[in-house]
Design a protein around this ligand. Structure first.
Ligand code: G
Ligand code: G
Ligand code: MN
Ligand code: NA
Length: 266
């Protein structure tokens, strides 16, 4: 099987690349950061999305060096955005708050070098911990004991933002939220879909509103995924969501596409 055969050497052959999807602040419509999403330029099959190879990389262990590569690239990219060093960005420096989100797989989460590697990558790039958000799925943390949560807690204490990705899809245990070192909830796009109808599904409105209230009461920020229409964006703003991500704002694209969202053209 050619995916299986080609994957181990793909990192050395420089076949991976990252796209970035902006996270938009609901308050002012400006970019808050961007999520790095890995793609594989496969010599035979062409461009492959992460669904095609992340599970395989996770299974074979390649996810550890691949994940480190993603982290290095994304953190370096944050440095370039913050300093205004991206081609076509005429506004110059002074974008310190612009963050980058990186997805962590369960295997990376449990790797003993996660904390020292992350610190080393940030220091090498000259990027503050506050500029990085690590996204972990809720399911990867289900049943984790205090020892297993310690690396994430250490990173959070350093200032790294920790987001619970795809929130609401797993066996969400709301009581569990209190003991997780998370700073942000990323509400799964399945909940955003119910807000698309006119009028929006009242159950979905209640659900999202309730999650936002609970999250805010726990000191967590809420990012909504999969925003595809103006009506959804409006509804989610009214429900007090903090940031949003989705095709309505932007599809994942090259790193050069991001600075345009710093000052929305309206
Ligand atoms: O690219 P796309 O938007 O189709 O992303 C699909 C999924 O792939 C996302 O939900 C994300 O969790 C996962 N993904 C994307 N990039 C990475 C990565 O660098 N590492 C890991 N572990 N998962 C990723
Ligand atoms: O980490 P996560 O699995 O959430 O990655 C986001 C995934 O969702 C990516 O595959 C991305 O391409 C996809 N995505 C981003 N915005 C939208 C959207 O507005 N609608 C839909 N259907 N998918 C989206
Ligand atoms: Mn994600
Ligand atoms: Na997600």
């Amino acid at each position: 099987h050619s995916l299986t055969n080609h994957l181990p050497g793909a990192l050395e052959r420089d076949e991976f690349f990252l796209e970035y999807q902006p996270l938009i602040r609901m308050l002012d419509g400006r970019v808050d950061g961007a999520e790095a999403l890995v793609r594989w330029r496969h010599p035979v099959h062409g461009r492959l999305g992460p669904d095609r190879f992340i599970p395989l990389a996770e299974h074979t262990g390649l996810i550890v060096p691949l994940g480190r590569w993603v982290l290095e690239q994304a953190v370096e990219q944050a440095y370039f955005w913050q300093r205004g060093l991206v081609e076509g960005d005429s506004a110059g420096a002074g974008r310190e708050p612009l963050r980058v989100n990186v997805n962590l797989s369960p295997r990376q989460l449990h790797h003993p070098d996660l904390v020292p590697d992350t610190i080393a990558v940030l220091e090498a790039a000259g990027v503050s911990p506050e500029s990085l958000c690590l996204e972990v799925t809720e399911s990867a943390l289900i049943g984790a004991d205090e020892d297993e949560l310690k690396p994430l807690r250490q990173l959070a204490e350093l200032g790294v933002d920790i987001a619970l990705d795809d929130f609401g899809t797993g066996y969400s245990n709301l009581a569990n939220l209190r003991r997780l070192p998370a700073t942000t909830l990323k509400l799964d796009r399945s909940f955003t879909q119910g807000l698309q109808q006119h009028p929006a599904d009242p159950l979905d409105v209640t659900f999202v509103g309730g999650i936002v209230s609970l999250a805010h009461a726990l000191g967590l920020r809420v990012t909504v995924e999969g925003v595809e229409t103006e009506a959804q964006a409006q509804q989610l703003r009214e429900l007090d969501c903090d940031t949003a991500q989705g095709w309505y704002y932007a599809r994942p694209a090259s790193p050069e596409s991001i600075p345009a969202y710093w000052s929305p053209s309206d």
